[in-house]
Ligand binder design. Structure first.
Ligand code: G3P
Length: 218
């Protein structure tokens, strides 16, 4: 199972990468805006900065919503670094763009996926990753994890090469259930990954070990 960190914050990306378990980074326009990154050149420079930190793939999202615009933008993003995966929204022109990028050898992440039908389209177009959003489905009273399970099952049925990248993962239970279901990748904020470290018995046990060692060694 791969861990991606879902942020454009360079400190968080550095910390996640330094932990030694990071397989990738996903960003989106909202996450870039949150870091105050705006304007064409600044956006490109920020992606370069992320690629300089990690030896892992980095999803960079197109803003255009028409085929020509997405192709132009995606090609420019892909030129930044071999680590870039072009993130494309699940809309009609997005599906066509994914098909074209696949033919051009550019890896893609199909984002804003909320149904199994959309996931099938993304896979048939040749997306490298499909990003179903768990938390946002939960937010409106649907079961995001059920969708992950459905997509994993369908992809297994047909041997689709597209990796299921569970997105909008908000807490550790989401992550653990994705692991049980067999999602290929989860992308989540850094705190969800570091939360996996926590267990009170680990803290208690370590304190005891250190106290006993101190007693025995004066
Ligand atoms: O990057 C897409 C997704 O992970 C966003 O998550 O928490 O904003 O729904 P969230």
């Amino acid at each position: 199972m791969k861990f991606f960190v879902d942020t454009a914050n360079l400190d968080d990306i550095r910390e996640a990468y330094d932990l030694g378990v990071l397989d990738g980074v996903t960003t989106n326009p909202s996450l870039m805006a949150k870091e105050g990154i705006s304007g064409h050149d600044n956006v490109i420079d920020h992606y370069k900065a992320i690629c300089d930190i990690v030896d892992a793939n980095v999803s960079a999202e197109v803003i255009s919503t028409d085929f020509e615009g997405m192709i132009k933008e995606g090609r420019e993003l892909a030129k930044i670094d071999d680590k870039i995966v072009v993130k494309v929204p699940m809309i009609k022109d997005g599906v066509k763009a994914i098909k074209q990028f696949t033919a051009d050898g550019i890896r893609t992440n199909c984002t804003l996926v909320f149904s199994a039908g959309q996931a099938i389209l993304a896979a048939k177009a040749g997306a490298s990753y499909v990003s179903p959003f768990i938390g946002r489905l939960d937010d409106i009273g649907f079961d995001g994890l059920e969708l992950i399970e459905q997509i994993v099952g369908i992809y297994d049925n047909f041997g689709f090469g597209t990796e299921v990248l569970a997105a909008s993962v908000r807490h550790t239970m989401h992550l653990l259930q994705c692991a049980e279901i067999g999602a290929d990748v989860v992308t989540c904020p850094l705190k969800v990954i570091t939360s996996l470290l926590n267990h009170p018995l680990t803290d208690k046990g370590l304190a005891q070990f250190l106290a006993d060692h101190a007693k025995a060694n004066g």
